[in-house]
Ligand binder design. Structure first.
Ligand code: NAP
Length: 250
């Protein structure tokens, strides 16, 4: 019997600390990986690391995800590279400065673009291919910040919350084609994105988060909090009535 062909995985935003750890878990299983990232040097370094860790093949394409027109071409390249895909993980994002977003339309719109619109630009062509293939799993990293708007980061929260709703609709649509949609909601993770935040007991390492993402995808979870303990925390936060919540300084 010929050996089983290895799993084909697209990772958008592969230089993200969380995504790179997830990709390592796939590489250890001998996956074929198609990686995109904005920074060519860091992308090449991630690719080299994954080859050493056992990936059967690694292809890379440089992509700034806010270049919406290029998103479809990159999806096509990823789909063609290994004759289809089994898993797509979209991981890129930025934590914008809330005060600057409040002061500048340009900053606010840019934050919404990278965290929401650019993901839609990627998902739209990607989903159509997965739906036609009637197979596979699409996973997207959103955030616990999308579960409830807070004064300290509601622009980021709105983008991630909008994405959460978009993915809900996709999950409903793709269920009928046998394609899974996994919404990943990390809490605080120790990565370059949170370098400016004070570390606390709720912080998880990028390795722990990346492994949890890999597990959630392989188990085809609908919604996974990363780590798991954010699920009860966010349940409590969502349960607070709005007339109480609006008075808090969060
Ligand atoms: N860390 C946390 O506490 C936390 C919590 C909740 C959710 N998340 C989400 O987790 C995901 C991964 O973040 P991370 O924590 O691993 O942070 P990270 O290491 O800083 O990764 C963020 C990645 O996004 C990429 N990126 C930013 N803008 C881009 C653009 N326009 N086009 C393409 N790539 C772009 C960055 O590329 P460059 O290196 O080129 O800038 C970087 O690789 C993000 O979606 C984030 O919102 C993180």
């Amino acid at each position: 019997m010929p050996p089983e062909p290895s799993i084909r995985v697209l990772v958008v935003g592969a230089t993200s600390a969380i995504a790179a750890e997830t990709a390592r878990a796939y590489a250890a299983g001998g996956a074929r990986l198609f990686l995109t990232g904005r920074n060519p040097d860091r992308l090449a370094a991630v690719a080299a690391d994954l080859r050493v860790r056992g990936a059967a093949a690694v292809e890379t394409v440089v992509l700034d995800a806010t270049d919406h027109r290029r998103c479809e071409a990159v999806v096509e390249a990823a789909w063609s590279a290994f004759g289809g895909l089994d898993v797509a993980l979209i991981a890129h994002g930025v934590l914008p400065d809330q005060a600057r977003c409040q002061a500048s339309v340009t900053e606010a719109v840019a934050a919404l673009d990278v965290n929401f619109t650019s993901v839609v630009a990627l998902l739209t062509p990607l989903v159509n291919r997965f739906e036609a293939a009637r197979h596979g799993c699409i996973a997207v990293i959103t955030s616990v910040a999308g579960d409830r708007g807070r004064q300290s980061n509601y622009v980021y929260g709105a983008a991630k919350g909008g994405l959460d709703r978009f993915l809900q609709g996709l999950r409903n649509r793709l269920y009928h084609a046998g394609v899974a949609v996994v919404t990943l909601k990390p809490g605080f993770v120790d990565t370059p994105m949170t370098a400016g935040l004070k570390r606390g007991p709720l912080f998880a390492s990028a390795r722990r988060a990346g492994r949890a993402v890999h597990r959630a995808i392989e188990r085809r979870r609908d919604v996974a909090y990363v780590p798991w303990f954010w699920r009860p925390i966010m349940w409590l936060i969502r349960a607070l009535p709005e007339f109480v919540f609006k008075r808090l300084r969060l």
